[in-house]
Write a protein that binds this ligand. Structure first.
Ligand SMILES: *Cc1c(COP(=O)(O)O)cnc(C)c1O
Length: 382
């Protein structure tokens, strides 16, 4: 649903560029996801996708908790939602991060390496800590997507190096396995990865840590958001059914970020100038990718809709590249896209900007004004 009216009002009030988040639709969408998963797994929202306070508060009643990936996110979530169930992930946790986790209390720490485990044991000084060991596996469905070896978590030999450290630290309780392996897979591939991880985790724990009863298996996030086809959605019903059919030795957990919040955010701006250069046409928009870095970071065209305020004469039809106000050729939202009758003053509403958008961007670059932020929130307002 396009926030058309809101966009026009903001333009008339001179408040562009602007981010609009539809919290009502976010609640509806979260309800659909939770309904489809239907208890087959606990659902944590991955805060790094969009840590906006109102987004987190809107999601809180639907999800089982939050996955944080830094000491900063941990402190923020604990302050905003003191009762929330929190899992603490992320490579490169500092001693200060780990002390904060013990001080504020987190439900799970996802351990990334034997070195980190050693530091947790030292910092905890006999206090209990519930952990998941993060496994870095290479299931075939993921290898088809990328062959890049990531630094996250531990392969089998590295996991085994944790065993003597655990024996020496009996208050560090292994509760199961964490494994976030996918970066944008559709439901059938996600289901394949889940089956692989559950089978592997059951067998590995049986062999090496048979004392862990009903081990938790956290399958991570990475559900596909298709920027080339914004109307297609991850098949949550199929994924939920696949999770329900798995024979897991203990509770399953998932950590969607992008697929929960991407669809309910928009970056709205307007066309400042249209010009031709060496046979190519450019529309220069107010703002830039310092506000919405997503298309640059991922190398895609950000999907958009044009809204024409009444009384303007259509000027340009054809292929055009949408750029921002930055003095770099990388400041491109969408390249060689087709428009009909675009003119200066038209509004461009970029969709799928509710995740890895504003919070991913380099806001300070060039010191243009920052966007204003707006929320569609009938439920929160009533
Ligand atoms: C980023 C991340 C997620 C969320 O991934 P999405 O692609 O946004 O669903 C979940 N878990 C971990 C450990 C992550 O790093």
């Amino acid at each position: 649903m396009l926030p058309q009216e809101k966009a026009l009002r903001l333009a008339a009030a001179g408040m562009l560029p602007a981010y609009i988040y539809d919290l009502d639709d976010l609640r509806r969408h979260a309800g659909v996801v939770i309904g489809a998963v239907n208890g087959a797994a606990q659902v944590l929202y991955a805060v790094k996708a969009n840590p906006d306070a109102r987004v987190l508060r809107a999601l809180a009643p639907f999800v089982d908790g939050f996955e944080v990936a830094s000491g900063g996110e941990l402190a923020f979530v604990r302050k905003l939602l003191p009762q929330a169930w929190v899992a603490f992930s992320g490579p490169g946790k500092t001693d200060a991060d780990l002390r904060l986790a013990l001080e504020l209390g987190v439900e799970r720490v996802h351990v990334e390496s034997p070195g980190e485990l050693t530091r947790i044991a030292r910092i905890a000084r006999g206090r209990p800590v519930d952990i998941l060991l993060r496994a870095n596996l290479r299931p075939p469905a993921v290898n088809g997507q990328t062959t890049t070896v990531t630094p996250f978590g531990m392969d089998e030999p590295t996991l085994e190096a944790c065993l003597p450290i655990l024996r020496a630290a009996p208050r560090i309780r292994v509760r199961g396995i964490h494994s976030h392996l996918a970066w944008g897979l559709p439901a059938p591939a996600m289901a394949e990865v889940a089956a692989y991880v559950v089978t592997w985790a059951s067998s590995w724990l049986n062999r090496h840590l048979p004392g862990v009863e009903h081990p938790e298996i956290d399958l991570g996030g990475g559900m596909l958001v298709d920027y080339a086809d914004p109307d297609s959605r991850f098949d949550w019903a199929a994924y939920g059914a696949a999770l329900a059919a798995l024979r897991s030795p203990g509770p399953l957990r998932i950590e969607p970020g992008r697929s929960l919040s991407a669809y309910q955010g928009w970056y709205v701006t307007d066309v400042l100038d249209i010009k031709t250069s060496h046979g190519q046409c450019f529309a220069v928009l107010r703002g830039g990718t310092q506000h919405l870095r997503t298309p640059v970071a991922r190398g895609h065209d950000q999907p958009f809709t044009v809204i024409r305020p009444t009384g303007r004469t259509p000027a340009y039809s054809g292929t055009i590249t949408l750029v921002g106000q930055l003095c770099t050729p990388k400041d491109v939202f969408a390249r060689d896209v087709s428009v009909t009758g675009l003119s200066p003053g038209d509004l461009i509403v970029f969709g799928l900007a509710g995740a890895y958008a504003w919070n991913l961007s380099h806001h300070q670059f060039l010191m243009h004004p920052e966007p204003t932020f707006h929320y569609l929130d009938r439920e929160g307002a009533s």
